[in-house]
Design a protein around this ligand. Structure first.
Ligand code: CA
Length: 223
């Protein structure tokens, strides 16, 4: 699960990020409205947590923009005060839920889970590239229709690679998104897992899907 957190107060964004990381959500951070809109439009997220008062574009206009461009990622808005008008405007602009700062973390996390659940019941998500299919609900992979057994980390890694197919994926990106930055980018652990995955996915197939780019990282692509 990958979440975009848009919050300009560094102390608060740090605490929120850590609380989400604890539950194994991968979190990207944006601290101004213009970056936020760009990042949200160029990456697939499972949830966007969006503060209203931001430098640059405010949360309401970001939300309107995303919905106008048919982006239906669930949005949880953070409102600074118990302001009825902010809540109404927020929901009207296309947000799915809001929470008023300061909030309790158990409640915040419950709302995050609820929105992620809602997303998963509405969408049957199946990624398909070449003859490799990934079912994001059952977390199973199939190559040429044949099921491939994946361990949880291998699944997360493959999902990340497929979501970024055709792009250069550095070890730092993998470390940040699959391991929440727990490993250094040069850590051998990433190589080891990519190799496990290559064996499971590509071994015995004429078309390679996972490619190593020497000194750079990896790329998932159909050749
Ligand atoms: Ca703010």
């Amino acid at each position: 699960m990958r979440i975009l957190l848009v919050e300009d107060e560094r102390k608060l964004s740090g605490v929120i990020k850590r609380s989400l990381n604890e539950f194994n959500y991968a979190v990207d951070l944006a601290n101004n409205g213009d970056d936020a809109l760009f990042i949200a439009e160029s990456n697939p997220y499972d949830l966007i947590i969006l503060d209203i008062m931001l430098p640059g574009k405010d949360g309401i206009s970001i939300c309107r923009n995303l919905r106008k461009n048919k982006n239906d990622t669930p949005i949880l808005m953070l409102t600074a005060r118990d302001d009825e008008e902010d809540k109404v405007t927020g929901l009207d602009s296309g947000a799915d839920d809001y929470i008023t700062k300061p909030f309790s973390y158990p409640e915040f996390l419950a709302r995050v889970r609820a929105l992620l659940r809602r997303k998963n019941t509405v969408k049957t998500t199946r990624l398909k590239i070449a003859d490799l299919e990934l079912d994001q609900l059952t977390r199973k992979a199939y190559r040429s229709g044949k099921e491939i057994e994946l361990r949880p980390t291998e699944y997360s890694l493959l999902e990340y690679l497929m979501n970024n197919a055709g792009q250069v994926i550095t070890r730092t990106m993998i470390s940040d998104h699959v391991w929440n930055g727990d490993f250094e980018a040069f850590s051998n652990v990433i190589n080891v897992y990519v190799n496990y995955l290559k064996k499971k996915i590509d071994y015995g197939h004429s078309k390679q899907l996972i490619h190593s780019l020497r000194g750079v990282g990896y790329m998932f692509k159909e050749e």
